[in-house]
Ligand binder design. Structure first.
Ligand SMILES: O=P(O)(O)O[C@H]1O[C@H](CO)[C@@H](O)[C@H]1O
Ligand SMILES: O=c1cc[nH]c(=O)[nH]1
Length: 288
């Protein structure tokens, strides 16, 4: 049996995972995750009991109970590079024996729902709407570092997308992955379903022109007009592709749902989204 070296999986002296700083017993198998550490505080304010509250860098974790369910809420910060850390450490907390550094005989499946903010790319995703990422397109390239990614990637969709937008050879190959179907049906049954791009930045990589001119100023209009079967691209955010991809490779269930805070077609935005976020968090907590 492989013993995972200390350098590959760093465990702190208190027995916690290197970045998340939580111990295996502090993790529930039902997890809600979000970029903003303060959103974890908001989520925990809906809990009936709090078991632990741990803060380390941008990773804020609270485990507690909500209507009798044990749930962990945690912040992952911004970007798919953080998701590599978070999902790998969550999986390790659940499936690796930290004492023997070996993979446990029995697999524990985690359920992860990301509750985020996002920019709408279609008129039917206005500010304030909730969009479930039925599929995600990763502009980030993270999944290509792992073996077997071709088993979970939707290559016809990827090829059609690259052709339509005339994808630059300077970028990583975009990958398409689906969220967990059962989870999407259970949690997002009354929400807008769509295809979400996980971008590698908020400005240029999402086609925002502030001061630096864009390499391809027409990319967003090509993204808006792209169709594959009945799918159109609905929104931009920065993590769902890696969450869906890594979870699928590891055997966990995951999905992302976002409240739309800017619409790139209507050119409007709303920074006062606390109420809409609170409603979305409560809905996910009720349904997870
Ligand atoms: O509101 P969160 O969950 O952070 O999600 C979105 O907001 C951040 C950018 O402002 C990115 O993390 C993006 O994915
Ligand atoms: O436009 C947006 C809004 C929130 N988060 C993003 O990544 N993009």
């Amino acid at each position: 049996m492989r013993i995972i070296p200390e350098s590959e999986l760093i465990i702190n002296s208190d027995g916690s995972a290197f970045h998340l700083h939580i111990t295996p017993d502090q993790l529930s198998d039902k997890i809600v995750m979000m970029g903003d550490p303060d959103r974890v505080t908001m989520t925990a304010s809906f809990f009936d009991t709090i078991e632990c509250d741990v803060q380390s860098r941008e990773f804020h974790t609270v485990t507690g109970t909500y209507k009798g369910k044990r749930i962990t809420a945690l912040s992952h910060g911004i970007g798919t590079d953080n998701i590599d850390i978070v999902v790998t450490e969550l999986d390790a907390l659940a499936n690796i024996d930290f004492k023997t550094r070996t993979v446990k005989d029995e697999f524990k499946q985690l359920t992860m729902v990301r509750i985020g903010t996002s920019g709408g790319m279609q008129p039917h995703c206005p500010v304030g709407s909730y969009v479930v990422s039925e599929k995600s397109i990763g502009f980030d390239g993270l999944i290509h570092f792992y073996d077997n990614s071709k088993n979970i990637r939707e290559q016809e969709f990827e090829e059609a997308f690259q052709k339509h937008v005339k994808w630059s050879p300077f970028h990583c190959l975009p990958y398409v992955v689906s969220a967990d179907e059962e989870l999407v049906d259970r949690i997002g049954f009354d929400m807008i379903r769509g295809v979400t791009i996980s971008a590698t930045g908020f400005y240029g990589p999402q086609g925002r022109y502030v001061r630096l001119p864009l390499a391809d100023p027409d990319l967003n209009s090509k993204i808006e007009s792209f169709r594959f079967n009945d799918y159109s691209i609905t929104n931009y955010e920065m993590e769902s592709s890696a969450i869906a991809g890594l979870s699928k490779l590891m055997g966990h269930k995951a999905m992302t749902v976002c409240t739309i805070i800017a619409n790139r077609v209507a050119l409007d935005s709303n920074t006062d989204y606390k109420g809409s976020m609170e409603d979305l968090i409560r809905t996910v907590l009720d349904r997870i």
